[in-house]
Design a protein around this ligand. Structure first.
Ligand code: C2O
Length: 518
């Protein structure tokens, strides 16, 4: 293993897409930003220099950050933002992970354009658990917003209405012949289907964990998720359409934008025929379910699935929307849409939670995040009369190494929606999922505790639930939130505080000297 140095210059640049030109924030003047390459075991130092007028922070999405929460990146959770004209060196070691992840800005709306892939190769001389592809290609799925992203999010906050859907998806190039695609969904708000005309995709990895390989026509990928697929270039010479289209089974969402790219076999004639493909309909729940049911941990000798078999903390979290009074809101008749977990709308602190925890600063957060919702109701049926939420900066405290189960239950308040929930600092096992209300007696019996897929972001189905398990073996403060930016902004977020253990390597390391101050 070695030490790798990167420099990320965050600056403003005028860019033209879809016939509209506007200044956007970029890293090293690239969109998507540079791919970060490393090997398992490497230490990576990224000097992030802020040349723009906004506060900035970068999150290394899916990197475990064992004992190095200071380098995790979410603003006001693990660090104060990097202010204009300042810099911060993110310093972490990649332990026990290899595969595709991504990095993105973790402050307000900036991640729309400030994102890029992370490719972690296995240790030198260690093969993949599947035949080596000839080539590897990074495919970053993003969004391009014609209006300014800041306005889009502000519009969502002020009006209390859902924001405009994005105008198009952008896909970076797809040349080549026989390859592994490392697909990243860096979009702000859209779960996506991805398919290639005339080709089967063999899924081998999700969220940088190996899965039992399986073939499929279509993959489903939520914001915050990554998926590696092998494509065999086994068709006749020609051009093949790659289709990326949104999956939305919420009754109120509308988005008909489909992005396309083409896959060319090298050396083909310019007039070679094009094979088209029809993207799945927007509400293709059966295709989505079928794909998700096929995902299993590889669970081999070399890569065992270490599913916690007992549970110390059993949590039941409702995830959904709500409506709170907002006297200053002009739209929405003096009320606004909010989002919550267990009816708590998270309030961002003005200093970082991890700093407050480490330096024992009181008054920044409380540790009373509820293990259960305040009242029992028919979560996926008719919503309760009072749609209001409580507000606060509440965390849930966990002793070091505790085993945790969280049942994430979608609610139909305002509308059922699919929520891709991302947990920082850990991978978790997706032990169960279903539609309707979770039934502890019935559903827990069917949990997969043998080879459930292991990931860092999971979709809670629209009008359904998902159960996850993880071991709290990483001391620090770890954000958990919906990876739909608009829901995060509305408050669908909370944090776990994991205490230090007693052993020699069970405490968070001291903060780096250049840690930004608020
Ligand atoms: Cu990819 Cu907290 O985010």
């Amino acid at each position: 293993s070695r030490v790798r140095h990167y420099k990320f210059d965050v600056s403003m640049r005028k860019t033209t897409r879809l016939c509209s030109s506007k200044p956007i924030v970029l890293v090293n003047n690239r969109f998507p930003g540079p791919t970060l390459y490393a090997r398992e075991g490497d230490t990576v130092l990224i000097n992030v220099v802020n040349h723009v007028k906004y506060n900035v922070s970068i999150h290394w999405h899916g990197i475990r950050q064992l004992r190095t929460g200071w380098a995790d990146g979410p603003a006001y959770i693990t660090q104060c933002p990097i202010q204009p004209g300042q810099n911060y060196v993110y310093n972490f070691t990649i332990t026990g992970q290899r595969g595709t992840l991504f990095w993105h800005a973790h402050i307000l709306w900036l991640r729309a354009t400030v994102h890029g892939a992370i490719v972690i190769h296995p240790k030198l001389g260690v093969p993949y658990p599947f035949p080596k592809p000839h080539r590897e290609i990074v495919v970053v799925l993003g969004e391009w917003w014609k209006s300014d992203t800041e306005n889009v999010i502000n519009q969502a906050l002020k009006s209390g209405l859902a924001p405009n859907v994005s105008d198009a998806h952008t896909i970076n190039g797809l040349p080549g012949s026989s390859y592994m695609l490392r697909i990243v969904n860096a979009a702000l708000n859209e779960e996506l289907f991805f398919k290639i005309a005339g080709h089967k995709l063999t899924v081998v990895e999700v969220d940088a964990t190996y899965v039992k390989p399986f073939k499929t026509d279509t993959i489903l990928i939520a914001p915050g998720q990554t998926t590696n697929v092998i494509v065999d270039a086994d068709q006749n010479s020609g051009k093949y359409l790659v289709a990326v289209s949104p999956f939305m089974d919420s009754p109120i969402a509308v988005d008909n934008v489909t992005a396309t790219a083409t896959l060319h076999y090298s050396g083909i004639l310019a007039n070679a025929p094009t094979t088209f493909t029809k993207p799945p309909p927007q509400n293709a729940t059966p295709i989505a379910e079928n794909f998700l049911q096929s995902l299993r941990s590889l669970n081999s000798k070399r890569f065992p699935a270490k599913v916690p078999l007992t549970v110390d903390h059993s949590l039941f979290f409702t995830v959904g929307l709500g409506i709170n009074p907002c006297p200053s809101c002009r739209a929405g008749n003096g009320s606004r849409v909010v989002a919550s977990i267990n009816n708590v709308t998270f309030v961002m602190p003005t200093t970082a939670l991890l700093q407050a925890h480490y330096f024992k600063t009181s008054g920044v957060f409380t540790t009373d995040f509820p293990a259960n919702p305040p009242s029992v109701y028919n979560y996926t049926g008719t919503p309760p009369a009072n749609l209001g939420t409580t507000t606060g900066t509440k965390v849930y405290r966990l002793p070091y190494n505790a085993t945790v189960q969280i049942v994430l239950q979608d609610t139909s308040i305002i509308s059922p929606e699919n929520h891709p929930i991302h947990l920082h600092g850990f991978n978790f096992f997706v032990v169960g999922r279903g539609l309707g209300n979770y039934n502890p007696k019935k559903d827990a019996k069917n949990f997969n505790l043998v080879d459930p897929v292991e990931r860092n972001t999971v979709g809670v189905p629209s009008g359904g639930w998902t159960a996850i398990r993880f071991r709290a073996d990483n001391p620090g403060v770890w954000f958990m939130h919906c990876h739909l930016e608009v829901h995060t902004t509305w408050g669908l977020k909370m944090a776990f505080l994991v205490e230090n253990g007693k052993g020699p390597n069970e405490s968070i390391l001291p903060p780096p000297k250049d840690l930004p101050q608020c």
